[in-house]
Design a protein around this ligand. Structure first.
Ligand code: FAD
Length: 485
């Protein structure tokens, strides 16, 4: 008889959170901490969504999306999770670029970028200052017409090398393109530039274990292997969810699933206005990724001067369409040294990532799919040889993930790595106006994606839900959610 993954679950909660990505986890944690009865349903057998990991023989652990995030994670984790988690966030020391236009190593912060732009790329200091100030000053209420490409042209006309330096990591960090609103670039770039790139020391496995402990402390009922089949609505209000054939009542639902899946797969479309559905249909998904996970033999090591994060490309010019092409010319290598997991066995791992289109993988026959994966591994090893000589003999485990892998494990439509394009944010925020008690907290709009964006969106939505659940006569407790402990 199959195990009952809902054993002991109540018939009713204040709120059900669907999905344990960073947005769902954070919303659940804050709502639990605020005293609401929270059920968190995750369809996979692990927590974390895209922020997860897997283990392979030989003591190798691979992180899926632990490559780098802005310093703001420290504050968000301290306020909305706990100090122990925040204290394990550490800066990356070496971010490298290597392409036909330039090779350099940087700490990837405003000071070092200013130095590079002035001394190496010959830009006037006041132009650099004006660019940084403009990027920093961008917000939702400003101009949303200017594109990223136009922003660069305004400050650095004709400078394709500078566009490459400024844009390549951000394309990688949130899938944005030169055609997206400049706002999506400005906010993410400024977040990184404030103090460089950070990661979680201990690895995603440790992070998820600490987050799970905190959820339990806050009384959240966490259930893995529990796929929500349907979000239930009665008379325009959330009434609960259906999972494993059971109906569980709730006054509110926070979906951390893909926005399009939330609207078109988990709900009856009859619950929405036709105009809203039209807007929702127009929401474009972000692109997907491929990854090649490589682990060195235990007696092998990589010198730390190789860098932590390496943006490598063999393309003569920087073009976002080239970044998506199946004929890969650009790869981001993340190098994980034993210090990444001080608690584990001393191991060196490398993850090679590229942006990718779901459509390029979706229609392959099973044989062609396997062949394409082998090709991806081969070309990744070839590219790595330049930075880790003799890598083929030194590596003992290698495997590849594709857009289909990300789709399979997270149920993201199109295997999207960063949710939706900009227009997804408005649709996500409008859900409660369509169905009372329905919320979405997951990667949307480029800005609300990535580790920091997803966590911060979880906070925003937890506040909304807290306000809904509080009886009108009760003094507002929202501050307990916003301010954290
Ligand atoms: C290859 C790759 C590399 C990345 N690198 C970085 C990086 O270096 N830095 C960075 O900041 N960001 C990175 N990201 C992006 C970042 O990981 C994501 O934006 C973020 O983790 C998404 O969080 P989320 O809250 O939107 O939820 P997701 O991680 O998308 O999780 C959604 C969860 O919902 C669950 N779910 C879906 N449907 C159901 C259902 N019906 N019932 C129950 N559960 C369901 C899924 O199983 C999943 O656990 C990367 C992404 C990828 C793919």
């Amino acid at each position: 008889m199959p195990r009952d993954f809902l054993q002991g679950v109540r018939d009713r909660y204040d709120v059900v959170v669907i999905g344990s990505g960073l947005g769902g986890l954070t919303a659940a944690n804050l709502l639990g901490r605020a005293g609401h009865r929270v059920l968190l349903l995750e369809q996979h057998y692990k927590l974390g969504g895209l922020a997860t990991w897997f283990r392979r023989p030989g003591g190798h652990i691979f992180d899926i999306s632990l490559h780098g995030f802005p310093v703001g994670m420290i504050k968000s984790c301290r306020r909305y999770w706990n100090r122990e988690i925040a204290d394990q966030i550490v800066p990356l020391e070496r971010v490298r670029f290597d392409n036909p236009m330039f090779s350099l190593t940087t700490t990837y912060d405003r000071e070092d970028f200013t130095r590079l732009l002035v001394e190496r790329f010959g830009v006037a200091a006041e132009t650099v200052r004006a660019f940084f100030d403009t990027a920093r000053g961008m917000n939702f209420y400003g101009d949303q017409q200017e594109t990223v490409g136009q922003l660069f042209e305004r400050f650095f006309p004709g400078r394709r090398d500078i566009v490459r330096l400024l844009m390549e990591p951000i394309v990688y960090a949130n899938g944005s393109t030169l055609e997206d609103p400049a706002l999506t670039y400005g906010i993410v770039f400024s977040n990184f530039m404030s103090k460089g790139v950070y990661i979680f020391q201990g690895g995603t496995d440790r992070l998820m274990s600490l987050m799970h402990q905190e959820l339990r402390r806050n009384g959240v009922d966490v259930r893995i292997r529990c796929e929500a089949d349907e979000i239930l609505v009665e008379h325009g209000r959330i009434s609960g969810v259906r999972v494993w054939g059971r109906t569980i009542g709730a006054r509110a639902v926070v979906s951390n699933a893909n926005l399009r899946a939330t609207i078109f797969q988990l709900m009856e479309t009859s619950h929405f206005d036709p105009d809203f559905l039209e807007q929702a249909r127009k929401v474009r998904l972000n692109t997907s990724s491929t990854q090649v996970y490589m682990a060195l033999k235990p007696d092998q090591s990589i010198d730390e001067s190789t860098g932590d994060l390496l943006f490598s490309s063999t393309a003569e010019q920087f073009r976002t369409d080239l970044l998506l092409s199946p004929q890969i010319t650009s790869r981001t290598f993340s190098f994980y040294y034993p210090r990444t997991r001080p608690q584990g066995r001393p191991r060196h791992a490398i993850v090679a990532s590229t942006n990718a289109r779901y459509e390029d993988w979706k229609h392959l026959s099973p044989d062609a799919y396997q062949a394409a994966k082998r090709e991806l591994i081969e070309t990744s090893l070839e590219a790595l040889e330049k930075y880790v000589p003799g890598c083929r003999e030194r590596i003992e485990w290698v495997e590849a993930a594709t857009p289909l892998t990300f789709e399979r494990y997270t149920k993201h439509v199109g295997g999207a790595s960063f949710g939706t394009k900009f227009e997804g944010l408005g649709v996500s925020r409008a859900l409660p106006t369509q169905v009372h008690g329905l919320y979405h907290a997951g990667s949307v709009g480029i800005i609300m994606s990535g580790w920091l964006g997803a966590i911060n969106y979880g906070v925003i939505v937890a506040n909304d839900v807290d306000s809904l659940l509080m009886p009108p006569s009760t003094p507002r407790r929202t501050s307990s959610v916003v301010a954290g402990k």
